[in-house]
Design a protein around this ligand. Structure first.
Ligand code: FAD
Length: 472
């Protein structure tokens, strides 16, 4: 394969830009193709949200080294940025420092091996990649020695309906769906003030929207906030409270619990949405909940039901994805929400991210597929390892280390399923089983844990939560 081809990185989000910084340090030429008009368009879209990770976890090491050479003033490591701060004070300067290596307004529409469709094996490994992208109404093709897909998942939110499919009529009420991350106190205020909103979902996006709406309701009479979750308890989202090593994340959960307790948020559990129907100025929601049949009329639905990766552009690439999580097969057991939802995910790198097509990687939030627990620090370690492997430094690629803050609670969907009789006592028992101190499925030592993979003798390899040995 020609040595002088660039490594194409899809997406100039925090992980894509960090990848470019690592590749450049390794003497490889990155070309970052970003669909948005500016850097980190996805983060800019949720610019009003304050991160729960302070700056110390948000800046990649290679990016810091590159920026420091430009005279960049690093933000206070203990301060909490908003998404907009992250773009203005870190990602925009980083994209500028990378110069021509970053192209905005460039949407990648397909990746393939040059001259070989997915079925052709002959000479496959020797062929470069072909990346097709569009910009300003024109279609372009670029050959690449490797491709890192860091395009995230926020462009493809999960539908509201049961079974992973859109609810009947979901397309027809699209104008009443606010998306997962609306700016309820800023640009979107008029849409929510004095109106009824149903927030669907049990993640941090839902929590942010709910707390914004509660604040809005204090100033704007008539604002009503309904919250629909599929499970029987929001306890996992309430999280570790004061025990959470990211205090902002703990506080988010605590404030939400208080808002539900005070009645400012009306919680509906075990909700299934079957059908959505446009009605005068709003939407009628049909389905079921723990309280019986569901028939609600609301002005707006905040569809915060998570995200899934867009795999359409990768149709011609030979991927090895887990059938449950749609993440790389070796990574999936570490993050599968059916098995555990701990904040502490073992460090992983190039080996766990590799696919049958050599030199192609899913990185960043997209590498997590449908799993919801991604943290920036994880993505930075992924791209450090991948860049080292592409540069031929196997030892550095395998020395994967990561210190992530713990959540202070380790709940599990399995545990919540075990509490299906709905009694508090049963739920407490189930959660005690899953709690780290109870030695449950996701037991981890408390506190940040640097983890080194790849150095233990083969016989000592831990079993993955699904019972497979990690293939090192
Ligand atoms: C509201 C919110 C708060 C979060 N808070 C935290 C936090 O406190 N701490 C933490 O560690 N993590 C947090 N996360 C999780 C995660 O770190 C972020 O989602 C992060 O932005 C993921 O980075 P990424 O680079 O993988 O993807 P993204 O930031 O999603 O970037 C992907 C980029 O790819 C571009 N793109 C998409 N498709 C294409 C295409 N076909 N061609 C070209 N470009 C394309 C997009 O425009 C985008 O700029 C948060 C996430 C959300 C949504």
């Amino acid at each position: 394969m020609e040595e002088n081809l660039p490594v194409v990185v899809i997406g100039a989000g925090p992980v894509g830009l960090a990848a470019a910084a690592h590749l450049r340090e390794r003497g490889l030429e990155p070309l970052v193709l970003e669909a948005g008009a500016g850097p980190a368009a996805a983060v800019a879209a949720w610019g009003h949200v304050r991160l729960f990770s302070p700056w110390r976890y948000d800046v990649d090491a290679a990016a810091r080294r590159l920026l420091t050479r430009t005279g960049w003033a690093e933000p206070d490591p203990d301060a909490l940025p908003t998404g907009a701060d992250l773009v203005d004070r870190y990602l925009a300067p980083l994209a500028a420092a990378l110069g021509d290596a970053v192209r905005h307004g460039a949407r990648v529409v397909a990746v393939a091996r040059d001259g070989a469709d997915r079925t052709r094996s002959h000479d496959r490994a020797d062929r470069p990649y072909l990346v097709r992208w569009t910009s300003g109404g024109m279609t372009h093709e670029t050959r690449a020695r490797a491709v890192l897909d860091a395009s995230g998942t926020t462009g493809t939110p999960n539908p509201l309906g049961r079974s992973g499919l859109p609810a009947l009529g979901e397309e027809r009420v699209r104008e009443h769906l606010a998306g997962p991350l609306p700016d309820v106190l800023g640009a979107g205020r008029a849409r929510f003030a004095g109106r009824t909103t149903l927030v669907a979902g049990r993640g941090h996006s839902a929590a942010n929207a709910l707390l914004g709406l509660v604040e809005l309701a204090r100033d704007e009479p008539g604002t009503r906030v309904l919250w629909a979750i599929r499970g029987s308890s929001p306890r996992r989202l309430y999280g570790g409270g004061a025990d959470d090593e990211l205090p902002a994340r703990g506080l988010l959960g605590t404030r939400l619990r208080d808002a539900v307790g005070s009645g400012a948020v009306e919680l509906l559990t075990r909700v299934v949405i079957d059908r959505l129907e446009p009605v005068q100025g709003g939407v009628r929601v049909h389905g079921a909940s723990a309280a019986g049949p569901l028939d609600l009329t609301v002005d707006t639905v905040v569809n915060a039901t998570g995200f899934r990766p867009d795999l359409g552009l990768l149709r011609e690439v030979r991927l090895d994805l887990d059938p449950v999580v749609e993440a790389p097969r070796a990574l999936a057991p570490l993050i599968d929400p059916n098995l555990h939802s701990c904040g502490t995910v073992p460090a992983h790198g190039e080996r766990e991210l590799a696919h049958p097509d050599d030199g192609f990687y899913l990185v960043g939030a997209k590498a997590y597929g449908r799993a919801p627990t991604f943290l920036l620090a994880t993505g930075y370690e992924q791209v450090r390892s991948v860049a080292a492997a592409l540069a031929g430094d196997r030892a550095a690629a395998d020395a994967v280390e990561l210190a992530l803050p713990g959540t202070g609670v380790c709940s599990s969907d399995l545990a919540l399923a075990a509490s299906a009789d709905g009694t508090v006592a049963a739920a407490e028992r189930a959660l005690a089983f899953a709690d780290p101190t109870g030695g449950g499925c996701c037991a981890v030592p408390s506190g940040p844990q640097p983890v080194t993979l790849g150095t233990a003798p083969a016989g000592d390899q831990p079993l993955t939560p699904r019972g497979r040995r990690r293939d090192r």
